[in-house]
Every structure is written in C-alpha cells, then in structure tokens.
Design a protein around this ligand. Structure first.
Ligand SMILES: Cc1cc2nc3c(=O)[nH]c(=O)nc-3n(C[C@H](O)[C@H](O)[C@H](O)COP(=O)(O)OP(=O)(O)OC[C@H]3O[C@@H](n4cnc5c(N)ncnc54)[C@H](O)[C@@H]3O)c2cc1C
Ligand code: FES
Length: 279
C-alpha cells in the first residue's frame, strides 16, 4: 500500500450524478488486484473539509496509450454528499492524496480455472465499480463472466459499454423499465441459475445491502459459492478505529465482527449476518 499525491488526469460526467475520475499514479496502478480500493482526499488543500479521506473502488487500470503500461486509476464516483461533491468538481492538474491499493479483493486464482467455468457478476447501481477488473481477470483465467446489472432507470446503468466491449453477455434490468427488463436484477439471475445445469459456477455481488442479501440467499438455495463486496462508513481504513465493522459468524457459528477495510471489502457471503445492516 502506497500513500501518494496523485494528479487528476481527467473527469468525465456519466449522467445520474456519476463521474469517471482518472488519476495518474503508475506505482499504485501496478499493484492493483480486482476488488481493491483507495482512500482519496476529496480536496487538494489538506486543511479543507472533509478532513477524512473517502473510500473508492478501483474500476479500472488506466494504461498509457503509448506503452500500454499501467499509468493510473479509473474511479467511478457517485456524487452523494460533501466529499464526493467536491471531488467531482476537481479539475485536471489538481493533486489529491491517495492511499492504496488496499483491502482484500476477489479470489480469482489460477487453480479456480479447472473447477469454475461460469461466473455470475451481479451489480446494483454504483456497485458495478469492482466488477470490471474482476470480469477481465476471470476472462484471463478462462472463466466466462455473465453480467447482471440493475438500476432504478437507464441512466443508472453507467459504464455498461465497457463490459460490452469485453464481449461478455450482459443482462440489464431497470425498475422503471426504461432499459432492459423491468425487474429487480435478482429476477433474471434466478432464471439463469435455474436453467444452468452445470455445477462449476461462482457468484459475485456488489450493490445495496438488500440486493446483496438476495444474491446471497440465491447462492445458498442453489449451493453456489458467492463473494460480495461490502460498503461501510470508513474512518482510518487501517483497522484501528473499528468504524467499518460488519457482523459475521465464524466457522463455529459464533458472532464476530470483521473490519470491512482490512478483512474486506470482499467477503464470502456465508460469513455475513445479513440481518444486521452495517451503520
Ligand atoms: C470499500 C468501499 C468502496 C467504495 N467504492 C465506491 C465507488 O467505487 N464509487 C462510489 O461512488 N462510492 C464508493 N463507495 C462509497 C463512498 O465511499 C461514499 O459514497 C463516500 O464516502 C461518501 O462521501 P461524502 O463525503 O460524499 O458523503 P457524506 O457527506 O459523508 O455522506 C452523504 C451520504 O452518503 C452516505 N455514505 C457515506 N459514506 C458511505 C459509504 N461508505 N457507503 C454507503 N453510504 C455512504 C451517508 O450515509 C450519507 O447519507 C465505497 C465505499 C466503500 C466502503
Ligand atoms: S475504517 Fe477504521 S477500522 Fe476500518
């Protein structure tokens, strides 16, 4: 994990209060694994509010157009509050403090290749952020990803063309029916699971708590391993403040609290007590 001052390269508006922020930081870009995040100070002046950095998943590695080598990070930012509002107003050339990459990412190991052929990636809204690097990594390991991407309306399904360019199957849902099927994202997911006869399958989810809980329940009903990428309010991101804990059960079924910043953000969905929503 590195602590760097990174230069804003570009910021692109995607609609529905979403932005794609690209920062130059080759050293950090070289270290990234799918599912990891960075802690970013949202303003250039260290004394300006908000003082605490905010966590953002690494959507993609930005590569140099000349050499193809990792040059920076692409971050999907949804403007929801004080910090993200200031962050999306930054301009190219500004410097921001960036700590990372950090956190426990998805398990995509070479040994999965023989056991897993198909992966269902399930995203709700900005929960799409960790799934792009994951999709690329699965393809590299010979595993076929299928994306299920849901939002309230068409405008929420940002960056879907990035997944389409990978040539993978994408299934879209919206609550208002403005794009894809008018449904919750777990509805086509359940149909796909029912119609697939093989056993060598994995599921990955990121989005609102209720959506991830529904994905988890489908994984249990169908005996499929499932990883989810969790969100929690973060203070230190270093495991010290315990501000980001989530209630889980250990292998003996006993209650324990894990830190999303250090033990996650990606966890096996079976560990989590889905009846206790993190603060
Ligand atoms: C591991 C991790 C990865 C994340 N990745 C992304 C990402 O790729 N893109 C993205 O846009 N956001 C991501 N988030 C959420 C992002 O960190 C928050 O939206 C951000 O911290 C809000 O800061 P703010 O100052 O704008 O909001 P504040 O003014 O502090 O709060 C505004 C509102 O946002 C809610 N909020 C604040 N922090 C969080 C949080 N961590 N999770 C859920 N709700 C929150 C508050 O409850 C409040 O309602 C991630 C969070 C975590 C923990
Ligand atoms: S944010 Fe402080 S322990 Fe996780």
């Amino acid at each position: 994990m590195l602590d760097k001052k990174v230069k804003v390269k570009a910021i692109r508006e995607l609609g529905a209060d979403n932005y794609l922020l690209t920062v130059n930081t080759p050293e950090q870009a070289r270290l990234v694994r799918p599912g990891q995040f960075v802690m970013l100070k949202c303003v250039e002046d260290l004394a300006e509010n908000p003082l605490l950095r905010r966590p953002f998943t690494i959507f993609d590695i930005h590569r140099s157009s000349r050499s193809g080598k990792p040059a920076g990070l692409d971050l999907l930012i949804k403007d929801v509050g004080v910090g993200t509002r200031k962050l999306v107003q930054t301009r190219p050339g500004q410097l921001l403090d960036c700590l990372g990459p950090q956190g426990h990412g998805f398990q995509v190991a070479a040994e999965m290749r023989n056991r897993v052929q198909l992966a269902y990636l399930v995203a709700g809204g900005v929960g799409i952020a960790p799934l792009f690097l994951l999709a690329q990594s699965l393809l590299t390991h010979g595993i076929r990803p299928v994306l299920f991407y849901g939002g309230a309306s068409a405008a929420d399904l940002v960056l879907r063309e990035n997944f389409e360019r990978l040539g993978i199957e994408c299934v879209y849902t919206t609550e208002d029916g403005s794009f894809g099927e008018r449904a919750l994202v777990t509805q086509p997911l359940a149909q796909y699971i029912r119609s697939y006869r093989g056993k060598n399958i994995r599921m990955y989810g990121c989005g609102p708590w209720g959506m991830m809980k529904a994905v988890h329940l489908l994984s249990i009903e169908n005996d499929i391993q499932c990883e989810v990428s969790l969100e929690a309010r973060m203070g230190c991101s270093l495991g010290a403040c315990l501000g980001c804990v989530v209630q889980t059960r250990d292998s003996r079924g006993e209650e324990q609290y894990l830190r999303v910043c250090q033990d996650g953000p990606v966890m096996n969905s079976r560990l989590i007590n889905w009846n206790t929503v993190p603060l």
